[in-house]
Write a protein that binds this ligand. Structure first.
Ligand SMILES: [Zn+2]
Length: 485
């Protein structure tokens, strides 16, 4: 640096992909932020709280989790990112704003490829790179060799997203203004856990993540990734990365985090009452009032489900406790553009009788016979609500989650007047948790089936809990990297 303020560019391509989802993520599925819309993701940056560095927004692309990304889509987005980086190169720093669990057809360890290509375009070995990630991201050795300052959320559900991005910006600013290139310690933690067993609202994840907040002397940042269990690739696992100036301190802290995680592996349990769908429906029937929530966990679109799995619907339409129960029930949602079009042609009040489900290729379909109750159209696409007695079935033209009271209100469902809500979701998002009068999780089939031990993995590295036994008294094998490699 020559006395000028250091410059850093923010770029990223981020999503989370299940190997088991028939859906493919296309270029059209990505939203691309630029300019102020990137900076608003980093509250401390535009408000001047990270004053020492000029952060320049480049393109940041993000898509809803789903199936693997088409290679042509990744190539097109990468080109856009590299063009922006090259246009202002050389940079002092790069801040990657990414999720970290992207799959691209025909590639492995995509984020390591992205980081290497961006570093090359930004100016090579001299550039300092940071990354703000989701704790469900994957962190391979190759990624950490390239990125000096990776960090991730400390909460799931993720209520600390802006703070995490700001923390990454501050770490980068610290490195750029002090001239110190911190070392980082990395450890693959040989454990794969579904997200619903690692909520930080409950133990042992609560204590593990709390222990990162106050790192020992010589440590800048202590970060722990749970990883993403539904990706069938070599890097799939939890991981710890600890960054700082003191090589011994970071190695020790990284080992501590990894060993504590492994020692707790059998204590991770579903973060709520969990069982089969029939069991969940029994629990709903016994509940005194609503709304009672059942998470239909196997096809949760925000965890990588395709949204086209109709297995639960098949069970609901056959259950008179649901279709003729004491109050209204709603199932959300099935992506079925054909079903939505059919409902629009039939019109409100008309009889609907269609096979639905499997629009991306999931084999289970269901016969849906009812009445077109409502049609809606908003920025997330078209919606048709089909009614069978007390059950309302939400069909959507595009993949979309139902995470808030407003998401339901926009399709004409008043949760306060609904007795039973069956939702393709995992743990309840905060707003739904607030209105729920009871909640259970149903273990259902789909691309993000929580019973990962039953799924067919072919490419993961071993050993990996729960597929392999780990040695009693497992000790962390920590690697330390200094300059960018
Ligand atoms: Zn996540």
């Amino acid at each position: 640096m020559t006395g000028q303020r250091p410059r850093a560019i923010i770029v990223g391509i981020g999503t989370e992909c299940s190997s088991f989802a028939p859906h493919r993520t296309t270029l059209a599925d990505f939203g691309i932020r630029t300019g102020d819309r990137v900076l608003e993701r980093f509250p401390a940056v535009p408000s001047g709280h990270v004053r020492e560095v000029d952060f320049v927004p480049g393109p940041v692309a993000r898509a809803l989790p789903g199936g693997p990304v088409l290679r042509a889509a990744y190539d097109a987005l990468l080109q856009q990112v590299l063009d922006a980086v090259r246009a202002g190169a050389p940079w002092d720093g790069v801040l990657l704003d990414i999720h970290g669990a992207m799959l691209v057809e025909g590639m492995s360890d995509v984020e390591a490829d992205l980081a290497r290509r961006v570093r090359e375009a930004a100016g090579g070995a001299e550039v300092v790179m940071a990354a703000a990630m989701d704790l469900h991201g994957q962190v391979s050795r190759e990624f950490v060799r390239c990125v000096e300052l990776p960090t991730c959320y400390r909460t799931a559900p993720h209520v600390d997203e802006p703070e995490t991005r700001d923390r990454a910006a501050r770490l980068l600013a610290r490195a750029l203004t002090s001239g110190v290139r911190p070392a980082r310690a990395w450890c693959r933690i040989p454990v794969a856990l579904p997200g619903e067993k690692t909520s930080t609202r409950v133990e042992p994840a609560a204590s593990l993540y709390r222990s990162l907040a106050d790192p020992p002397e010589g440590v800048w940042e202590s970060a722990l990734w749970v990883g993403y269990a539904w990706a069938d690739e070599a890097r799939t696992s939890a991981a710890a990365v600890v960054v700082g100036e003191d090589a011994c301190a970071i190695q020790r802290e990284c080992g501590r985090v990894a060993e504590q995680f492994v020692a707790s592996r059998d204590d991770f349990a579903f973060c709520g009452p969990t069982g089969s769908l029939p069991w969940a429906l029994d629990a709903a029937e016994a509940a005194p009032d609503g709304p009672f929530f059942i998470s239909d966990t196997g096809d949760n679109p925000t965890a990588g489900g395709s949204g086209d799995v109709a297995t639960t619907l098949d069970a609901l339409v056959a259950d008179q406790r649901v279709t003729e129960g004491a109050g209204d029930a709603v199932w959300s949602a099935l992506v079925d553009p054909g079903g939505v079009q059919a409902a629009r042609q039939i019109g409100v009040g008309g009889a609907f009788d269609e096979e639905v489900g499997g629009c991306f290729g999931w084999p289970a379909r269901a016969r849906l016979t009812g009445v077109v109750d409502r049609l809606a159209d908003d920025c997330s696409g078209e919606v048709a609500v089909i009614r069978l007695g007390r059950l309302q079935v939400v069909l959507t033209s595009r993949r979309r989650p139902f995470h808030t009271v407003g998401d339901y209100a926009r399709v004409g469902v008043d949760l306060a007047r609904t007795r039973l809500v069956i939702n393709k979701i995992g743990y309840l998002e905060p707003e739904l948790e607030e209105v729920s009068r009871g909640w259970v999780m149903a273990l259902t089939e789909g691309p993000v089936d929580q019973r990962i031990g039953d799924l067919r993995f072919e490419h993961v590295g071993h050993p990996l809990h729960p597929f392999d036994p780990l040695d009693h008294g497992w000790r962390a094998d920590v690697e330390v990297f200094d300059a960018a490699q």
